[in-house]
Every structure is written in structure tokens, then in C-alpha cells.
Write a protein that binds this ligand. Structure first.
Ligand SMILES: C[S@@+](CC[C@H](N)C(=O)[O-])C[C@H]1O[C@@H](n2cnc3c(N)ncnc32)[C@H](O)[C@@H]1O
Length: 447
């Protein structure tokens, strides 16, 4: 690894330094190692690419030290012109300046870096994205309505103020149209809120797709806002809206606010309003099919019971239930309802349980456990699986650091890693989806 050079050996709280970017971190920042006064300090700098020589203003008062890019002295071949004009202001995508190929490599290298020593020799396989722009099936934007002006946007790069942008290039064009219209619909509102936009129509065959809106508002929403939303549902880009005005628990509903995506099996998949959905349809199809394929490969007995934890609206369940007896656990009640509806629409059966996966016991006949937790990971589940092993575990993760923590627990419990694969579900950002497939040699027939 190439070392950074310092213009000064003294570490005052803020210094201008020449640095070399040695790696990209899971949070997206570049990392340089700075050695001065006998101490090695990691310096995290946003907006850089691997191998770049830069000048940065570095703040040593925090650990790790934080740098602000002043100049790229020697540019990395991984750097590209950002495909978005708003990248300097908007904080939505942190790797717009990195080529898609380099994003893929960096994600694989991040995932490799979090593997516990027992799995350190594993080869990380990467699945590229077919669409790196216009792919997002949902977005959350912040809204501020003050002094007669409504501002809608992502948080800015260095602030918690929404930054209005003309076009969001990663968003599905249907959602981008609705995002652009939002400030007009909210004209006259006072206060602040969050709006989630998702895809609404079940399938292109049933007509043009439209967006659904979930708005959570603190302040005042005048009747005109509701009238405009009704018009947008009657003939505009919205299929439906749910509005939580103040602390109400039952929202005002206009039209059909149910989000849908194309499921990984090619049929429409109903989602819970305001609930979770994977960020891209194509990426999800690749990810979910591969997770199911690995599940069946590592747990080949068709009679083997499957426990699926963090099941959401049944995105993976509908693939697993085609071939296995599945119990699916999910804590969000409306996601459970959507999962049951998705299974029924396909003539499939599985037991969908509305419960906390982290405290859910693993039933004795379970042969395979499939988990897809939120960013915080599944530490308690990993501990339970280590204490009472099952034949195979397929772990779908959106956060490499918590995946690394949980894989270390599974390694300690005697599991072997059979596959670790990354999926470009969030192109232009440092986020990555990973599937890890493990077997327990004492419990598995797959050797
Ligand atoms: C990353 S999503 C995965 C959903 C689904 N597998 C999919 O592919 O769309 C995580 C899901 O876990 C659910 N969840 C979060 N904490 C939970 C818990 N403690 N117990 C059960 N489900 C939980 C969330 O509601 C969300 O639906």
C-alpha cells in the first residue's frame, strides 16, 4: 500500500496534507493512511477514487480523522464525469464520480475486507447492474415549507436541508415526474415532512405505471393540497396517496396507495404502503433468484423445512414456497398481509408469522434458514444459529459491516462459507447487496 505524505510531521487539529487513497470504505469515503509523529492515522475523505493522489484539509480532532478534498493531484482511472449535474449539492449518491466497473470492484473489495479470518480466503463473486441510471423503484425526499416556499429534495451533501434538483437521474422516470410535481402539490403548506414515492401500477401490461405517495407531515396542510392530490390521482402521475397529517395513526387515503414491483418470478408483487421494497426490479430479480438457487443447492431435500426471517412482502418467499415448506417471519403487519396476498395470488402456501425475528425460536425440523435483515443485521439470529445449527443458512445483507459481524458468529458456530456474492442494487452509491451461503458440516449432507 502506498503511504501518504505529510507536509508537516506535527498533528495540529486541522492541516492541509497530500494523501494517497488506499481504499474505499463501506461508508463510501476514500481512506488514506497518514503517518506523523510516530502515529498512523486513517483519514476518511469523501468524493475521491481509489489510488488518487489528493490534497485535503484534514481535521484530526475526530477519530478517524476527516478530510475535505481540496484538489485531485493525480487522477485515478476509476474516476469518471458524474452523470448527474447536481452531484456537488445533493447528498443522494456518493459514488457518481466512480465508473460502474470500479464501483463493482470496490464493493467486492469491501465485502472481502469484512470477512472473518475463517472465511478470508473466499472468493467474492460480483453481479453487475444492467441499468446504472433510472433504476430506483422508490425514493424518500424531505420537504420544507417556510415563508410561502416549498422545497423538496434529498438532504444536501453537507447539510440536513433538502436540496431541490431538476432531475434525479437514478430514479425511475415515473417517480421522477411525481417528485418534480410534489412542490406544486404542496403549495400553501406550512411545516415540514417526508415523502416516500414508490411504483404503483402492478404491471406495464395493465397500462402506464404511476407513482404512489406516502406523506408524513408536521405543520399545516390546507384543503387545496388534498384537492391537488385528488386531481393528480384522477388524471396525473399518481395512482394513490396516503397522508399522515400530524400525529394521526390512520392516514387520509386517496386512490390506491398500494406499491407494486415486478416480482422476481415475473408476476406483480404487492408491497406494503410505506413498507420495504428492494431498490431495483432487475437487480432484485437477479438477487432473489440467486438466493433461492443457493438455498435449494445447499439444502437439496425437497421435504426440508425452511425458516425465512425478515420476509417483508414475500419477495423471496414466493420463490422458496414453490419448492419448499416455508415459515416466513416478518414484524410489519401490513408487509405480512401483502406477503399472504402475494402467495395466494400465485396459488402457493406458506405460513406467514407476524413476529420479531430476533427473538423467534428456530423450530426443530428446520433444515434451511434464509435471512434478509435490515441494515442493523441479525446478531441475535446468528447467535441462535451458532448455538443450534441448521444444515444451511442463506444470508442476504445490505450492510457489509453488520454482515461481517454476523458471519464471524456463524464461523465461530462451525459453519463453512460456500458462496459470497455481491449485487449492484444501488449503482452510483457505496451501498451494495450481498448474499452469503453457508452450510454446517455436522448438519448438512452437502459436503
Ligand atoms: C431488508 S428488508 C427484506 C424484506 C424482504 N426479504 C425483501 O426481499 O423484500 C427487511 C425486512 O425486515 C423487517 N424487519 C425489521 N426488523 C424486524 C424484526 N425484528 N423481526 C422481523 N422482521 C423485521 C422489515 O419490516 C423489512 O420488511
Amino acid at each position: 500500500m502506498k503511504r501518504s505524505t505529510s507536509k508537516s510531521s506535527r498533528q495540529s487539529p486541522r492541516e492541509t496534507l497530500s494523501l494517497t487513497i488506499a481504499e474505499l470504505s463501506p461508508g463510501g469515503d476514500g481512506v488514506a493512511i497518514h503517518e506523523a509523529a510516530g502515529e498512523r492515522r486513517a483519514v476518511f475523505v469523501p468524493g475521491v477514487a481509489l489510488g488518487e493522489e489528493i490534497r485535503a484539509e484534514v481535521d484530526f480532532s475526530s477519530r478517524p480523522a476527516r478530510g475535505r478534498l481540496l484538489e485531485v493531484v493525480s487522477q485515478s482511472p476509476d474516476r469518471t464525469a458524474p452523470p448527474c449535474a447536481e452531484v456537488e449539492r445533493c447528498g443522494g449518491c456518493d459514488w457518481m464520480h466512480v465508473t460502474p466497473e470500479a464501483q463493482l470492484r470496490a464493493h467486492a473489495s469491501i465485502v472481502k475486507s469484512i470477512l472473518p479470518p475463517a472465511f478470508a480466503q473466499a472468493e467474492v463473486k460480483s453481479h453487475p447492474a444492467t441499468r446504472t441510471l433510472g433504476y430506483r423503484t422508490r425514493t424518500r425526499v424531505h420537504v420544507d415549507a417556510k415563508r410561502g416556499k416549498v422545497v423538496v429534495g434529498m438532504y444536501g451533501r453537507r447539510s440536513h436541508d433538502p436540496v431541490p434538483v431538476d432531475t434525479c437521474v437514478v430514479l425511475d422516470p415515473v417517480l421522477d415526474e411525481a417528485r418534480r410535481a410534489l412542490a406544486g402539490w404542496l403549495d400553501g403548506a406550512k411545516g415540514y415532512g417526508e415523502a416516500q414515492l414508490s411504483l404503483g401500477h402492478p404491471h406495464p401490461a395493465q397500462g402506464a405505471r404511476r407513482a404512489v405517495l406516502e406523506l408524513r407531515w408536521t405543520g399545516q396542510l390546507p384543503p387545496d393540497v388534498f384537492a391537488r392530490l385528488e386531481r393528480a390521482v384522477a388524471g396525473g402521475p399518481l395512482a394513490g396517496a396516503r397522508i399522515f397529517d400530524g400525529n394521526v395513526t390512520i392516514p387520509a387515503t386517496i386512490g390506491d396507495p398500494t406499491p407494486w414491483i415486478d416480482g422476481a418470478d415475473g408476476a406483480p408483487l404487492r408491497l406494503a404502503p410505506g413498507g420495504f421494497s428492494q431498490a431495483t426490479e432487475e437487480g432484485n430479480t437477479r438477487l432473489a433468484r440467486r438466493a433461492a438457487e443457493l438455498s435449494f443447492e445447499l439444502s437439496p431435500n425437497p421435504e426440508g423445512a425452511v425458516l425465512e426471517l425478515y420476509a417483508g412482502a414475500g419477495n423471496l418467499t414466493v420463490l422458496l414456497a414453490k419448492e419448499r415448506k416455508v415459515v416466513a417471519v416478518e414484524s410489519d403487519r401490513s408487509s405480512c398481509e401483502a406477503a399472504r396476498a402475494n402467495l395466494e395470488a400465485r396459488g402457493l402456501s406458506a405460513r406467514v408469522v407476524d413476529a420479531d425475528a430476533s427473538t423467534n425460536a428456530i423450530p426443530a425440523p428446520t433444515k434451511l434458514v434464509v435471512i434478509d435483515p435490515p441494515r442493523t443485521g441479525a446478531k441475535d439470529v446468528a447467535k441462535a444459529l451458532a448455538t443450534r445449527p441448521v444444515g444451511a443458512v442463506v444470508y442476504v445483507s445490505c450492510d457489509p459491516p453488520t454482515l461481517g459481524r454476523d458471519l464471524a458468529i456463524l464461523a465461530e458456530g462451525g459453519y463453512e462459507l460456500r458462496a459470497i456474492e455481491t449485487f449492484e442494487m444501488f449503482p452510483q452509491t457505496s451501498h451494495v447487496e450481498t448474499v452469503a451461503a453457508l452450510v454446517h458440516p455436522l448438519k448438512s449432507k452437502v459436503r
